[in-house]
Ligand binder design. Structure first.
Ligand code: ZN
Length: 242
């Protein structure tokens, strides 16, 4: 079984379509979505429709929650807030209903999904340090917890003795008795200096997890954002991956 895990699409249809092509090439069987379908970018409705049609497990992100009217945008910076307001104006009622219906966490078998962190999903705190990661391990069951939110791909592993370490590189071989907290990066707005779309690939047959980077034509997305009058820093950052 090959599962793709995608997060932080942020209304970027060109990135999502490139990722879809990449999934086809890889022979992906199912897709899980870790939240933030909307916000920042120019195509909220099409991205939501794709997620509705193509994903099996899914959870809510903070931008989804704010778009759905479940929380205020008080924690958003002015650019994020302006893009959110524009995004809301583009969406149909059915799409907003879908965002509203997303669960905060979802678990099935060995896999848990939650956008920010499993300890307090609705607090939307980031996992930035090894200590943040370690504190979150008791709050999920099974081998894998997939998160997003920071837009930076990273793996933290806990060995059978309970010590935690960052796993470097583009992937890892799954080890017996180990547990993994994995940030799958961002499809639509990577922030690690690499503008290519990022997602996770869990191959349970081969016992492997990998990060897949997929280049896409971000100039198209930027052009749409300019036409929509979205904030310039949000347009510029797509080319820089920050
Ligand atoms: Zn996000």
């Amino acid at each position: 079984m090959k599962a793709a895990i995608i997060s932080d699409v942020h209304s970027n249809l060109e990135a999502l379509q490139a990722v879809e092509k990449s999934m086809e090439d890889l022979g992906v069987d199912e897709v899980h979505f870790v939240g933030d379908a909307v916000g920042y970018g120019p195509d909220p409705g099409n991205c939501i429709r794709w997620i509705m049609d193509n994903t099996s497990m899914m959870v809510m992100g903070n931008h989804d929650s704010a778009a759905a009217g479940l929380m205020g945008p008080g924690s958003f910076n002015p650019n994020a807030k302006a893009a959110l307001v524009w995004n809301i104006g583009q969406m149909e009622e059915q799409e907003l209903d879908f965002l509203r219906s997303l669960p905060m966490r979802q678990s099935e078998g060995d896999v848990t999904l939650v956008h920010a962190n499993p300890m307090d999903p609705g607090g939307w705190n980031y996992i930035f340090s090894l200590w943040d990661a370690e504190m979150n391990f008791p709050f999920f069951e099974g081998s894998f917890c997939f998160v997003g939110h920071s837009h930076q791909a990273v793996v933290v592993a806990m060995d059978p003795q309970g010590s935690v370490n960052v796993v470097s590189g583009n992937g890892f071989s799954i080890e017996e008795g180990h547990r993994y907290l994995v940030n799958v990066g961002s499809v639509g707005q990577p922030r690690d200096g690499n503008p290519s779309a990022c997602f996770g690939l869990l191959d349970t047959e081969r016992g492997q997890f990998s990060f897949i980077r997929t280049p896409y034509d971000f100039s198209q997305t930027q052009r749409k954002m300019m036409e929509a009058g979205l904030p310039k820093p949000l347009i510029d950052r797509l080319a820089e991956g920050r």
